[in-house]
Design a protein around this ligand. Structure first.
Ligand code: 8X3
Length: 250
């Protein structure tokens, strides 16, 4: 992977940050994207590979295209796209949920991921080469109570990944999706709007995946030989059987 260029969305924390670190260890040059410039700059300062910071919200269509089109020549031929940005907002039944939460999830998890893909794709298509790795979720495979719109957004990521894989097949561009289960990141704190106690309860009594665990697997997917595509991967902590069955120690 040495010398390749990867663009990572949501690089300012969690899985995105850890993936940047894992790729940098492999000599991959990085385009670090996110909303929090100071965190992206802090990450840039840690990494010992050439990197470029782009500050934008994936939900802002104009910003996505403007920023990606503004890349300097040295970073414009993206080999690997990690569509990681996304979040859960709220955990409520449909009849009680806040429409603003739904819109935030659809705007970033679905539309944002599609905008970034559309902005990056022309140069991959021109070169007939590239690898897109989308962050789905176990929520792309199973729907759980109070998660109807978050799950819908991740089912959309799954469908979009399958569709992309079909459309890009003649060009030899790889499309993969990874679907993590319980990962200990800012995810639950954001879902519960800053309620750390509620967030902690999600991971109580079990060892969840860490962001690094997920990043290691993303790295493995990106390193697979050219003819091998790990197309669809469900990644769970050992304590999690599925969305409903978790082995928690008292
Ligand atoms: C995150 C996993 O189970 O909290 O996408 O929805 S879950």
């Amino acid at each position: 992977m040495r010398g390749k260029i990867a663009l990572i969305t949501g690089a300012s924390s969690g899985i995105g940050w850890a993936t940047a670190e894992a790729f940098a260890a492999e000599g991959v040059q990085l385009i670090l994207c996110g909303r929090r410039e100071s965190r992206l700059k802090a990450l840039q300062n840690l990494l010992k590979v050439p990197s470029h910071v782009l500050v934008f919200d994936v939900a802002d269509k104009k910003a996505v295209f403007d920023q990606i089109h503004s890349l300097p020549k040295a970073f414009s031929s993206i080999d690997i796209l990690i569509n990681n940005a996304g979040n859960a907002h709220g955990l409520s039944p449909v009849h009680e949920a806040d429409l603003r939460d739904w819109e935030a999830m659809i705007d970033s998890n679905v539309k944002g991921l599609m905008y970034v893909t559309k902005a990056v794709l022309p140069s991959m298509v021109e070169r007939k080469s590239g690898h897109i790795i989308n962050l789905g979720s176990i929520a792309a495979k199973e729907v759980y109570p109070n998660g109807s719109v978050y799950c819908s957004s991740k089912y959309a990521v799954d469908a979009f990944s399958q569709g992309l894989r079909i459309d890009l097949n003649p060009m030899g561009i790889k499309v993969s999706a990874i679907h993590p289960g319980l990962v200990d990141t800012e995810f639950s704190v954001v879902r519960f709007k800053g309620d750390q106690q509620k967030a902690n309860r999600v991971y109580e009594g079990l060892k969840p995946l860490s962001a690094q665990d997920v990043a290691d697997v993303i790295c493995y997917m990106a390193k697979a030989p050219e003819h091998v595509n790990i197309a669809d991967l469900l990644l769970l902590p050992n304590a999690q059987a599925n969305t409903y069955v978790n082995h928690r120690k008292p």
